[in-house]
Design a protein around this ligand. Structure first.
Ligand SMILES: Cc1ncc(COP(=O)(O)O)c(C=O)c1O
Length: 438
């Protein structure tokens, strides 16, 4: 065995002990477990790039509001199903301030993280019209959302948008929608794992086709306003977070507290349902639930059954964070722009050592630096590269699990510490020397 930065016998034995049928298909949690075990046995620290956890302290605005709410005793009271009135109001205002679209406060519904928002949306959308039994993913994407559909026993279709950016997106999307079985389309923007941002012209195509084929767009804004190429942090001032909401009136915006406010632990987000969709009546919903309107079923039937509302104190936190952001008092993007600065440095180390960026352009513009980026190494599959880097103390996940058809890895910058830059540079250099490019 080669003399690698991490003892190769230990790495190999841990990998073997997991008995994975295909290494590239290892889930994030399996990579976490393997890495923990190798770190423990070898005494060496990895540069951890596998998991998308916010690596920053939580927003103090949120923590203070939540503590105050708890001290006032909200913990004993069931929250309203459709959310705290202050939060509904602030969420609507926040959407106006940073996206420049109008979603009535009534339609801004708190959820226990975007994860619950997508679960509830998948379930409700797939029950609106029994002929439309499939959810379409514009991939690559967040693999747990497909797991949600497996749990629901609901069908999904997907395509990798890599070759279908710009106008090419229209024909590709239409080839799915024209089959008549798609109830909803989902994508994340900025994208996890690729960190590309669908541009206005692309969102327009999605919006127009969603309207034409009567589909609901689920716009996952987990990385809200984190396209750091643009100054998206000025409330009520352009430029705004790009959104399909400008191009169709059948959408749900999923806004997460986890990344923009580093509030992942409290499981809080907003599902903002467009007015036309909220009110729209579906005969199949009426048959199943006795009520026909989408919003009513979403809130009073499905969310009621899933969790009977969202943690009371976390709603106070999100209301305070959104209010302070819209008032221009809390510059939330200032706190998280460190991810972009880190990505720039970390990306450079990879590029200097023979790696290349997989998802590299937004139309003709270079991608923003942010939470994630994607890389590959000439002559290797994503799975091979992911495994090889474990011997060099670098943990990542393969794009194979994201619906991508490209070979490569997702690199998450949120957990890399400045003190690890030197180690990372050394390890990548060693990897490059040991793997000469043909
Ligand atoms: C694209 C995407 N959507 C949703 C989520 C989950 O968000 P939440 O913590 O609000 O459930 C994540 C988290 O990593 C994500 O990357």
């Amino acid at each position: 065995m080669k003399n690698t930065p991490i003892n190769a016998n230990i790495v190999q034995s841990v990998i073997d002990s997991f008995n994975l049928p295909a290494f590239g298909k290892a889930t994030i949690r399996e990579v976490v477990a393997m890495t923990n075990s190798i770190e423990k046995q070898s005494g060496e620290k990895f540069v951890r790039m596998e998991m998308g956890v916010p690596g920053l302290p939580p927003s103090q605005v949120g923590v203070q509001a939540e503590v105050a709410a708890l001290k006032q005793g909200v913990a004993s009271i069931y929250p309203q199903l459709d959310g705290l009135p202050e939060l509904k109001h602030e969420a609507s205002r926040f959407i106006k301030a940073f996206i420049d679209v109008d979603v009535p406060a009534n339609n801004c519904v708190p959820v226990t993280g975007s994860m619950q928002g997508t679960f509830t949306s998948f379930l409700t959308c797939s029950q609106c019209d029994k002929k439309k039994d499939t959810i379409l993913f514009i991939d690559p994407g967040f693999s747990v959302q497909k797991q949600q559909l497996v749990v629901l026993g609901c069908k999904f279709a997907s395509f990798d948008v890599y070759h279908y950016r710009g106008e090419a997106l229209r024909a590709k999307l239409e080839s799915f929608l024209s089959q008549g079985n798609i109830s909803a389309i989902i994508y994340s923007n900025p994208n996890n794992p690729g960190w590309f941002c669908l541009q206005e012209s692309e969102l327009q195509i999605i919006g127009e086709l969603a309207t034409k084929y009567d589909c609901i767009v689920l716009e996952d804004l987990a990385y809200f306003a984190m396209d750091f190429r643009k100054a998206l942090g000025e409330p009520f001032q352009a430029p705004f977070q790009a959104s399909v909401a400008k191009y169709t009136d059948h959408y749900i915006l999923l806004i997460s507290g986890s990344k923009a406010f580093s509030y992942a632990g409290q499981r809080i987000g907003i599902a903002a349902i467009s007015e036309a969709l909220y009110k729209k009546e579906y005969a199949d919903l009426k048959k199943q639930y006795g009520v026909a309107s989408f919003g009513n079923v979403f809130v009073n039937r499905v969310l009621y059954a899933l969790s009977s509302g969202t943690s009371h104190s976390a709603q106070y936190a999100l209301a305070a964070m959104m209010k302070a952001a819209s008032d221009g008092e809390y510059r939330f993007l200032e706190d998280v722009k460190i991810y972009g600065e880190r990505a720039k440095i970390v990306k450079q180390y990879f590029l200097e050592n023979g790696f290349y960026i997989v998802y590299d352009k937004d139309l003709d513009e270079d991608l923003a630096n942010g939470f994630y980026f994607t890389v590959n190494y000439p002559g290797m599959t994503g799975g091979e590269l992911m495994k090889a880097l474990m011997f060099y103390g670098i943990s990542t996940v393969s794009l194979e699990t994201t619906g991508s058809q490209q070979e490569g890895l997702r690199i998450c910058t949120s957990f890399v510490k400045e003190s690890q830059y030197e180690d990372l540079a050394y390890r990548l250099k060693a990897f490059h020397q040991d793997h000469p490019i043909q």
